[in-house]
Design a protein around this ligand. Structure first.
Ligand code: THU
Length: 160
């Protein structure tokens, strides 16, 4: 028997002001599209902005449904849109911003498990890591160099 340890690493930026200019601009787009969230049930709005290797930016916001599980998170709306429109392009960077209508989110809000699995699928598909930046409404921004930090021991196509 042995213990297996998996280490994950993140970079913490104190605020958006500390981000490289291109990432700050991508995060601003995530904040902007967050306003388009259709979130009448949770009042929790999420925006996601992707930068592709063809220079295009693809956006997504969460879309809810009265039949709750039929809704979709912002991150998946964005990555599925990217796959649908630019199937050959690689996703280089992803910026995520989440805010509640009820209280101010001040700490970085990471993508949910289902979104991590979907991001992981695209990382495997394109064989290039995706930089993921995530934050709340204000405060620190966390950066992960790859989905692998957020989803260690992932299930992927190699197991099939
Ligand atoms: N949500 C996202 O858009 N992304 C996540 O990673 C976590 C949750 C959305 C789904 C739902 O519309 C609302 O936030 C509350 O869970």
């Amino acid at each position: 028997m042995k213990q297996v340890e998996i280490k994950t690493t993140f970079t913490a930026f104190e605020t958006v002001e500390e981000l490289p200019l291109d990432v700050k601009s991508l995060m601003e787009k995530a904040v902007e599209v967050r306003k388009n969230a259709y979130a009448p049930y949770s009042k929790f709005r999420v925006g996601a902005a992707l930068l592709l290797d063809n220079g295009k930016i693809v956006l997504g916001s969460n879309q809810e449904n009265a039949a709750y599980p039929s809704g979709l998170c912002a991150e998946r709306v964005a990555i599925f849109q990217s796959g649908a429109i630019y199937p050959e392009a690689k996703i280089i960077k992803m910026a995520i911003s989440a805010a509640s209508d009820n209280n101010q989110t001040k700490s970085p809000i990471p993508p949910c498990g289902g979104c991590r699995q979907s991001i992981s699928e695209y990382e495997f598909k394109q064989n290039t890591p995706i930089e993921i930046y995530f934050m709340g409404e204000t405060g620190e921004v966390y950066k992960s160099d790859s989905i692998k930090n957020l989803l260690p021991l992932s299930f992927d196509k190699n197991f099939l």
